[in-house]
Design a protein around this ligand. Structure first.
Ligand SMILES: *Cc1c(COP(=O)(O)O)cnc(C)c1O
Length: 373
């Protein structure tokens, strides 16, 4: 209650961004990526706000999937590539999770698990992953074909899907992504008619030919457009507003330093605001002097090293600045992507690093529906 360092999470912005996905990929099913606790926005919150707008959810860790399963007993939930293990497979099937199978040793282990300990009533939905160039997960063409045949032969698969993940779909040169897409689409067509999934956010926005049966948007749901192509009324909206307040103001004389090691020094007399947000809240310590924050609608530059609980800003050029004034660290008026660029990172990392002590405030929540049945 007394903690001014807050993230506001905006349901309407999240739903707006979801609707943009639907508009861009009208024929495709939408698997909303909510891994890493919904890119730091809270996976349960995100999933419950948009479950009527999407067709499923993707996470990277089994425990995340289980937590969501409690909330969403009937939703399609996909667990991404993991350390293969028969017990994990059985637990996934018990939790009715879809599974990404991303390498060949896992295929053999899975086929044995299916033969030995899975009955015919268990729904088995597998997303076979082809390596199209990231060289991180995914099978070679030969392995993929073998995996496909081996798994189909078990007679226990409810649904087999074909997936890949692009390595640079946000780049303006589309030739690499086109070649990567062709690799999966050609192989898949050779094997029959199977649902295919390739597109992350950037491909949802700028590679419509890759949409196919399932798209897998992540960052665009949270308001960052990795292509920068959506503008005007189509422009995505920030879901997270990270903010805090000024807790002190200091006059700093010419030549004085501010913060640890005096990284920043006043070239002339300046007014410095101390803000209750630091790297222990998830504001990046790597932020250089000059990284913007917004106070009373105006941008001010970070001045001095970010510390654990505090950061300092040069507010000399603001009128009427006061203790208690709100400070936007990122949000609709200052994008996380812009702050990230100053810090040589991406919005994804900033979002996922918000820590648990930051106060969560939910805005534009729907009024709970009256039970009429
Ligand atoms: C995270 C992830 C996505 C979503 O990527 P964005 O760039 O956030 O849209 C899609 N597919 C896979 C396999 C992922 O791991």
């Amino acid at each position: 209650m007394y903690n001014p360092c807050t993230i506001e999470l905006n349901r309407e912005a999240l739903r707006f961004n979801c609707e943009r996905v639907r508009e861009l990929a009208p024929q495709a099913n939408i698997l909303a990526m909510v891994k890493a606790n919904g890119y730091g926005h809270g996976a349960r919150w995100v999933a419950t706000q948009i479950k009527d707008l999407v067709d499923g959810f993707g996470v990277a860790r089994f425990e995340e999937a289980v937590e969501l399963r409690r909330e969403l007993p009937d939703s399609r939930l996909l667990l991404l590539g993991n350390l293969a293990n028969p017990a994990l497979f059985r637990d996934c099937f018990r939790e009715k999770l879809d599974l990404v199978i991303a390498d060949f040793p896992a295929v053999k282990m899975l086929a044995e698990t299916l033969e030995q300990s899975v009955d015919q009533n268990t729904a088995i939905r597998l997303w076979l992953k082809l390596n199209i160039g990231m060289n991180r997960l995914g099978m070679t063409t030969q392995e993929f074909e073998q995996a496909h045949t081996l798994l189909e032969a078990t007679g226990k698969i409810t649904e087999l899907l074909h997936m890949s993940h692009f390595s640079a779909s946000e780049e303006t040169d589309h030739s690499l992504t086109n070649r990567q897409a062709a690799k999966l689409l050609e192989l898949s067509a050779r094997l029959g008619q199977y649902p295919r999934s390739l597109a992350n956010s950037a491909a949802v926005i700028c590679h419509p030919r890759t949409h196919r049966e399932w798209v897998r948007p992540g960052i665009m749901l949270y308001g960052d457009d990795p292509t920068g192509l959506l503008s005007g009324t189509k422009q995505l909206q920030a879901v997270m507003h990270f903010k805090s307040r000024i807790i002190a103001l200091r006059d700093v004389a010419e030549g004085e330093g501010v913060g640890y090691n005096h990284r920043w020094r006043a070239q002339e007399p300046r007014l410095i605001a101390t803000v209750a947000a630091g790297y222990a809240d998830g504001y990046p310590r790597t932020a250089p002097d000059g990284t913007p924050v917004v106070i009373n609608g105006q941008r001010c530059p970070l001045a001095g090293r970010v510390s654990m609980d505090l950061l300092t800003v040069d507010v000399s050029d603001l009128e009427n600045v006061q203790i208690g004034d709100e400070v936007t660290l990122w949000g609709q008026e200052l994008s996380a992507a812009e702050v990230a660029r100053h810090c040589q990172t991406i919005s994804y990392e900033l979002f996922t690093r918000i820590t648990s002590r930051v106060q969560r405030v939910y805005i534009n929540e729907a009024v709970p529906a009256a039970s009429s049945t």
